[in-house]
Design a protein around this ligand. Structure first.
Ligand code: SF4
Length: 448
């Protein structure tokens, strides 16, 4: 699962008082909300793609690999579990073609790449042959080797020793392993494709290949989780010895197996309430801290004694340009948000004719760019006002004084002229706080 690139469901309203995990989601990955992006803006976005970029902005590449062995019951991503090798090769060829088209556009041509991100879905579902054909074509048109970081998302059960070696050979620096949970009953109950045996099978291979950074993802509050299983999970995570641990709180977005089950009321399932999930999240953060990790964002702990950057996340949260390639992928270029079509046929067809498969777009005003960066950077737990003063000529503590005062009175953050810092309480519910900074027209609206 993709950590910060995902779009989740409506509504993006404050959930400060909500306790039951209801259907819907609060995870904020972008701004303005996706429901405001539309086809009418596509023409303007083409203008953004045909304009040379600001010289001081960075560029990254995100490639979406929408295949999984099995659909997790909580998953709302665009994924396919039924494509054969020929269809996957067809997709890989289209993806490479899309990157080739981007490479010729004035907004991209000649620029170095700061980061590359393989997200999904499950990038590690691809065979070595598929992967090598994709990478060879991308390398031929973009300066792959200039990237400071290449992240690759994996599902443990899709990895072999030779595939991992090929992934390392491609220049992947940051391997992100979707463990989610170490308990076989919970993994099975939630529809994950892997079991703990596969998690441990890949451990020595990963260490032998010496990736610069290993991240593991966990979800607090999967169906079947208890305090005992969660404590065991956290200990097993520490024993696994990753450089970085990312913890999400389980949600029930629309369009998942679980939400369908709940809506139909055919089968009762129990998802822990928000208070419990926050307590589990907090326990994990504190236990990891005691084991030698430090906070890198509201979701991520990294080894304190190691340099553990996350270039993709920090670049996106600071307004980088990014090619978003693949079905349903999101990109950003010259103040334009762009999203590709979300259907298989509508993605492949325009690319076969040399056209980008764009579906909807949004042109951001300067104010919207500032709000976007501010809310995303708040997920780091602390932001410096000087950054916004220098980049936008604005005092964010004045612009958002009412929202900041309100959240400070609720104990969620503290601020002064130089910085805004979330409290531990605020960190655990940061996504629910962010709509406080939205322009009025974007509040109480659908998020996707
Ligand atoms: S691994 Fe599961 S959660 Fe991740 S994209 Fe595939 S089906 Fe969705």
């Amino acid at each position: 699962m993709s950590d910060i690139h995902s779009a989740s469901a409506e509504p993006a309203t404050s959930r400060l008082d909500l306790n039951e995990t209801e259907i819907g989601s609060v995870f904020v990955s972008n701004y303005p909300p996706y429901s405001f992006w539309n086809e009418d803006n596509l023409q303007k976005s083409l203008g953004a793609l045909n304009t040379a970029a600001a010289p001081d902005n960075t560029l990254g590449l995100y490639m979406h690999i929408p295949f999984c062995r099995k659909r997790c019951k909580f998953c709302y991503f665009r994924v396919y579990t039924d494509k054969n090798s020929t269809q996957i090769q067809e997709y890989v060829d289209a993806l490479a073609r899309e990157v080739e088209i981007y490479s010729e556009l004035p907004a991209v041509k000649g620029r170095p790449l700061k980061f590359i991100y393989f997200g999904g879905g499950t990038p590690s579902y691809l065979s070595v042959k598929h992967l090598e054909s994709l990478v060879a074509r991308v390398k031929a048109v973009l300066p792959w080797d200039s990237a400071e970081e290449v992240t690759f998302e994996c599902e443990p059960g899709t990895l072999s020793q030779s595939k991992l070696a090929a992934i390392r050979g491609m220049g992947v620096t940051r391997l992100s392993l979707g463990i989610e949970n170490f308990d076989d009953f919970i993994l099975n109950e939630n529809g994950r494709a892997h079991l703990s045996q596969e998690i441990y099978r890949v451990q020595s291979w990963i260490h032998e290949l010496d990736f610069e950074q290993l991240n593991v993802d966990l979800i607090a509050g999967m169906v079947g989780e208890t305090w005992n299983t969660w404590k065991e999970n956290v200990q097993k995570t520490i024993d696994y010895d990753p450089d970085s641990v990312t913890i999400y709180q389980m949600e029930l977005p629309f369009n998942t197996v679980y939400t369908q089950m709940l809506s139909d009321d055919k089968q009762k399932i129990h998802v822990a309430d928000w208070q419990t999930k926050r307590e589990w999240h907090q326990y994990a953060m504190e236990t990891l801290q005691n084991a030698g990790y430090k906070m890198s964002s509201a979701y991520t702990m990294v080894k304190a004694d190691k340099q553990c950057e996350f270039v993709y996340r920090d670049s996106v949260w600071h307004g980088t340009d990014m090619i978003g390639a693949g079905v349903a992928a999101f990109g950003h270029m010259n103040q334009a948000h762009l999203q590709n079509t979300a259907s298989w046929g509508d993605y492949l067809e325009p690319l076969s004719q040399g056209r980008l498969p764009l579906k909807r777009a949004f042109m951001l005003s300067e104010r919207e760019q500032l709000v976007r960066e501010m809310i995303l950077q708040l997920k780091l737990g602390r932001i410096e006002t000087g950054y916004f003063r220098e980049k936008y000529g604005q005092e964010i503590t004045n612009l958002f004084e009412a929202a900041l005062q309100k959240l400070a009175a609720e104990g969620m953050l503290a601020f002064n002229d130089d910085e805004i810092e979330l409290t531990p309480q605020g960190l655990l519910r940061v996504d629910g706080l962010l709509p406080e900074f939205y322009d009025a027209k974007y509040t109480n609206a659908r998020y996707t």
